[in-house]
Design a binder for this molecule. Structure first.
Ligand SMILES: O=C(O)CCC(=O)C(=O)O
Ligand SMILES: [Fe+2]
Length: 332
């Protein structure tokens, strides 16, 4: 099962026929498994490799320095450092869907750094002191804004694909425009035995909470999406290069679209080379995820455009902030 690759430069070219073609391809791929691979996004190879470089430097800080900017956990938007095992992605999934299937003590073998919008004064980012990592904040804030632009283009393309009036989606992410988040993920090297024991995974199956997620991963591999043709089975997201962006539908878009575009379930498991091994050490892995989120005061209920006559409205009106707070309570 392979994912389609779409080229955003078609949409940016300005010709209506190209824009329409891109929009249809984007929607049709996202409709299949909730995932698509994106090229032509305009972010240079150099910028992407610099972002991974900054991520490595951040995670190499001393633990006591990272502890100074630790995310407190709980329902507020995540900011700063979360140590390995602090967050449990499996409970996001369990709370959302599978009440009985997963036991309590599943943990992620992952540490991460969460950053809010440079314009988010309500929940400011916990940055390491500038002298510890000079240039980190400046780079990451600029990178955030570039990703914000790509997410807005993709949402505009989805408006076109669904035949919606211009701005139906984009206005809900840009009016306040400060709730999106950028996350650096680091999965330290880990023994295969530990993963095979069953309580620890790089990241357990989960849905992302926002509208759409944009992701870059390094060459280690291991990101899987659920194959909807055979529920409960996963296929590998094969990236041909770290500059290829992986895009997935997240819960808010599922809700806005009244279930028309379901969120993509995903996890990070053993890299291909280790699938049939019972021992050995998995190399460390890095990924960078931009979570495009609805404005905090925007509703994440079904949009009327998607509630067809004779059909139920599947998702209640609740603000994006309240929704996220409810969901995050379960992740700690
Ligand atoms: O590391 C990855 O490839 C996926 C990360 C992810 O799913 C997340 O941070 O929500
Ligand atoms: Fe995710």
């Amino acid at each position: 099962m392979t994912l389609a690759t779409v080229d955003l430069s078609l949409f940016k070219s300005g010709r209506d026929v190209d824009r329409q073609q891109f929009a249809s391809q984007l929607l049709s791929s996202l409709s299949q498994h909730g995932f698509v691979k994106l090229v032509g996004h305009g972010i240079s190879n150099a910028a992407i490799s610099q972002s991974f470089g900054w991520s490595k430097s951040f995670f190499q800080l001393r633990t006591e320095d990272k502890l100074l900017i630790a995310n407190p956990g709980g329902p507020e938007p995540q900011r700063g450092w979360s140590a390995v095992g602090v967050e449990s992605s499996s409970s996001l999934y369990r709370q959302g869907l599978l009440k009985s299937k997963i036991t309590e003590d599943l943990r992620d073998a992952r540490e991460h750094f969460d950053q809010g919008s440079p314009n988010d004064y309500q929940y400011p980012t916990r940055w390491p002191p500038e002298r510890e990592l000079p240039g980190f904040r400046g780079f990451m804030e600029a990178f955030f804004e570039v990703l914000e632009g790509v997410a807005a283009d993709l949402m505009a393309a989805l408006e076109l694909a669904f035949g919606l009036p211009q701005g139906v989606f984009v206005d809900l992410i840009t009016h306040e425009g400060n709730a999106s988040e950028l996350r650096l993920n680091h999965y330290p090297a880990i023994e295969v035995e530990q993963i095979k024991m069953g309580n620890v995974s790089r990241i357990w199956p989960h849905f992302d909470l926002g509208v759409i997620t944009l992701l870059f991963q390094d060459e280690v591999g291991g990101l899987d999406f659920e194959n909807r043709k055979q529920r409960g089975t996963f296929s590998r997201v094969e990236s041909s290069s770290p500059t290829e962006m992986v895009v997935n539908v997240s819960e808010t878009l599922q809700r806005w679209s009244n279930g028309t575009l379901p969120a993509g379930l995903h996890r990070v498991s053993l890299p291909r080379d280790f699938e049939n091994h019972d021992s050995g050490t998995l190399p460390e892995r890095y990924s960078i995820a931009y979570f495009c989120k609805a404005d905090r005061s925007a509703s994440v209920g079904s949009l009327t455009h998607f509630v067809l006559p004779g059909h139920d409205r599947e998702y209640e009106n609740i603000s994006a902030l309240e929704y996220q707070q409810q969901r995050l309570k379960s992740a700690y």
